[in-house]
Design a protein around this ligand. Structure first.
Ligand code: A3P
Length: 289
């Protein structure tokens, strides 16, 4: 069944998974604890990869847990209907995922010591990844073409709104000690060092052989194999099976795929808009071409 968005304070969300009343309640009343670890992303930025890495760090590279327990149980999305309730009663330390823009995040976070890892990705690749995902599923009205999705993306008429605003909002937190900014591109280019940065931020230490296990078990290839048939995945109201949905998420796992999708005119238009909207941020924050 095709669903359109519900708009919450100007942010479009697919209500099948993210009921507006849960988002509002979470924003106003969810009690963040100091020991909580949040993984926050704009959708299609590598959320599942980050969850896998953090879980594997906690298990010292042992994949038993990541292989057998779905993402939504290991690190529930705070804004999802079921998980929001489960999380409130969960013993700490809690791993929590979120796509919420900063202005809809739980108010209690801002006076807590809870940690946030904010993962960003080249918005061009986010766009292409999102197009393939939303085109093949029925959570929102399906974009019929990349051209249509491209325009929607630039106008922020895609799940969780404008990429530019999401990033601008969360970047306001980047000087905080409990905030780690990471990029998909850094993770791809030097996964080992990025994992070390995450460990340092979380106060975790890994022996060299444990680090190797985290690397191996969070690789695209191994993640894709591990999940087969096992996950209780995002298949609610979708015509796809759980397995098919998972394979849509684990699509290519590369950087720069946008170059195979954008026309020259689209690349120029995107570049111009990016320059305008992100002009006040240092270029080094965005390590992609
Ligand atoms: P592509 O569609 O470009 O392949 P999210 O988890 O936020 O929905 O993001 C999904 C994107 O992360 C997909 O991008 C997926 O392939 C990529 N991804 C997931 N696991 C990965 C891994 N281990 N290594 C590299 N990319 C990964």
């Amino acid at each position: 069944m095709a669903e359109n968005y519900v708009w919450i304070d100007g942010i479009p969300v697919p209500p099948v998974y993210f009921p507006p009343e849960i988002i509002r309640e979470t924003h106003e009343t969810f009690m963040v604890r100091d020991g909580d670890i949040f993984m926050v992303t704009y959708p299609k930025s590598g959320t599942h990869w980050l969850i896998e890495i953090v879980c594997l760090i906690q298990s010292k590279g042992d994949p038993t847990f990541t292989k057998s327990v779905p993402f939504t149980e290991r690190s529930p999305w705070i804004e999802m209907d079921e998980s929001s309730k489960t999380l409130r009663n969960k013993e700490g330390p809690r791993l929590i995922t979120s796509h919420l823009p900063v202005q809809l995040f739980p108010i209690s976070f801002f006076s807590s010591k809870a940690k946030v890892i904010y993962l960003i990705r080249n918005p061009r690749d986010v766009l292409v990844s999102g197009y393939h995902f939303w085109h093949a599923t029925t959570y929102i009205k399906r974009p019929e073409s990349l051209e249509e999705y491209f325009e929607n993306f630039l106008q922020g008429k895609v799940p969780f709104g404008s990429w530019f605003e999401h990033i601008r909002g969360w970047m306001s937190q980047r000087e905080r000690d409990n905030f780690l900014l990471l990029s998909y591109e850094e993770l791809k280019k030097d996964t080992r060092n990025a994992i070390k940065d995450i460990c340092e931020f979380l106060g975790e230490t890994l022996k060299p052989e444990e680090l190797e296990l985290v690397l191996k078990n969070s690789s695209f290839h191994v993640m894709k194999e591990h999940r087969r048939d096992k996950d209780s995945f995002l298949n609610k109201d979708s015509f796809l099976s759980k397995n098919e949905t998972y394979f849509l998420i684990m699509r290519k796992g590369i950087t720069g795929d946008w170059k195979c999708h954008f026309t020259v005119a689209q690349a120029e238009e995107f570049h111009k808009i990016f320059q305008e909207k992100m002009a006040d941020f240092p270029k080094e924050l965005f390590p992609w071409e």
